[in-house]
Design a protein around this ligand. Structure first.
Ligand SMILES: [Fe+2]
Length: 379
């Protein structure tokens, strides 16, 4: 080999090495970015949406299906797709058959097929349509939880081994984040279950009977929907509404049972419940963000409420919403027990807009009532 040839071959080797380093760097950057992006998400829908977006951004694909094994039935179900057919059972979905996706899931293997045969039972998205697919297992601790499947039309480029690696990287990150979301949901549901049973024990003794806090939470959420609060804000609001009277724990039965006719001493003790409730809940770290609603749900917009006599927007939004939902629920409950509709309770809220209640909250409440998300007759 002449000097010139040797030089050329060395140059080729260096170029190949530089390409490899650059590809590895790209891969690592992507992995880092994905782990940063996915790991902070605790909401499954948001996460799956992000996975879809990420694939569309990285690869020239036409369709995406993320299938998860249903924990009860053991079947693969569509958790998200670019065709918006989430929730369907894959065995019922005429557009997809289980072949490749099931093989990838159960065999924990990646499948790349650039020539899915016409009329093959495998991964035909539309009748007679063929194309190119990559099926990647989603696994947690080496156990299958589902599969990520991407599809390209037949007239487009073949999937390459680089695409393959990219999808695998996204699938691995997605799988551990899906496991995180599920764990978070489990813990969240457990916490909510404990809170609800605690509150129902307390409510069984009160003049307004059981279910008051649950209904207050439903009405609060309906108002928050109209006001465009974020999912996170709505979640805190609902927990806060469920817990708003938790500070009544420890009050004697006669105070709890009597809706009115309290002695001065009983009234003083009753009015301590927002403060007591928020100090109970403040000690639970996860619930720190729900205390404003508990502490201030008896404040009034004009400053005539308690415990701090806060005025206007100085009252936390959580508390301004719960104040409306709480008072409406109590009045509606009394009316409903007499067989009447909620109309008078609605008028009371309307009539106190700007004095007792935040006008923006009242407006949202009236819209929700109009739409029947706050029912015209009791829940
Ligand atoms: Fe209260």
């Amino acid at each position: 080999m002449g000097k010139a040839d040797m030089g050329e071959s060395l140059q080729n080797e260096l170029d190949a090495m530089a390409r490899e380093i650059s590809e590895t760097y790209e891969e690592l950057t992507l992995l880092y970015r994905l782990s940063q992006k996915f790991s902070t998400l605790l909401d499954m829908d948001e996460l799956l949406h992000l996975v879809n977006n990420e694939i569309f951004e990285q690869l020239n694909v036409d369709k995406i299906f993320l299938l998860l094994i249903d924990e009860e039935s053991g079947n693969l179900k569509i958790a998200s797709s670019s065709l918006e057919i989430s929730g369907g059972d894959i065995s019922d979905c005429a557009k997809i058959t289980t072949g490749l996706a099931m093989d990838a899931t159960m065999g924990l293997k990646l499948i790349l097929d650039n020539k899915v045969a016409k009329n093959s039972p495998d991964f035909i998205f539309n009748k007679g349509e063929t194309g190119k697919v990559i099926c990647t297992p989603l696994k947690v601790k080496n156990k299958p939880i589902g599969t990520l499947n991407i599809y390209r039309e037949s007239d487009k480029d073949d999937f390459t081994s680089k695409d393959f690696k990219l999808v695998e990287a996204i699938a691995n990150q997605a799988a551990s984040s899906i496991a995180n979301c599920r764990l978070y949901k489990e813990m969240h549901d457990m916490l909510l279950g404990i809170i609800k049973s605690l509150i129902s024990t307390l409510e069984a003794k009160t003049a307004f009977g059981s279910g008051h806090s649950g209904r207050t939470a439903i009405y609060s959420k309906a108002i928050a929907d109209e006001m465009g609060l974020s999912n996170e804000e709505k979640e805190d609001l609902q927990i806060s509404a469920i817990l708003h009277d938790v500070g009544k724990i420890g009050l004697n039965d006669s105070t709890l049972e009597s809706g009115s006719d309290l002695t001065t001493d009983e009234m003083v003790k009753l009015m301590e419940h927002p403060l007591k409730g928020s100090s109970i809940i403040k000690s639970i770290k996860r619930l720190g963000t729900v205390t404003p609603g508990i502490m201030h749900h008896h404040e009034f917009f004009d400053g005539s409420g308690y415990p701090d006599g806060l005025k206007g927007n100085a009252i936390p939004l959580q508390a301004r919403i719960i104040a409306v939902a709480n008072d409406f629920e109590k009045n509606a409950y009394i009316l409903n027990r007499k067989g009447l509709t909620n109309e008078m309770a609605v008028e009371k809220i309307k009539g106190n807009s700007g004095t007792l209640y935040d006008p923006d909250v009242v407006r949202a409440f009236l819209t929700a009532h109009e739409k029947n998300t706050i029912p015209k007759k009791g829940l």
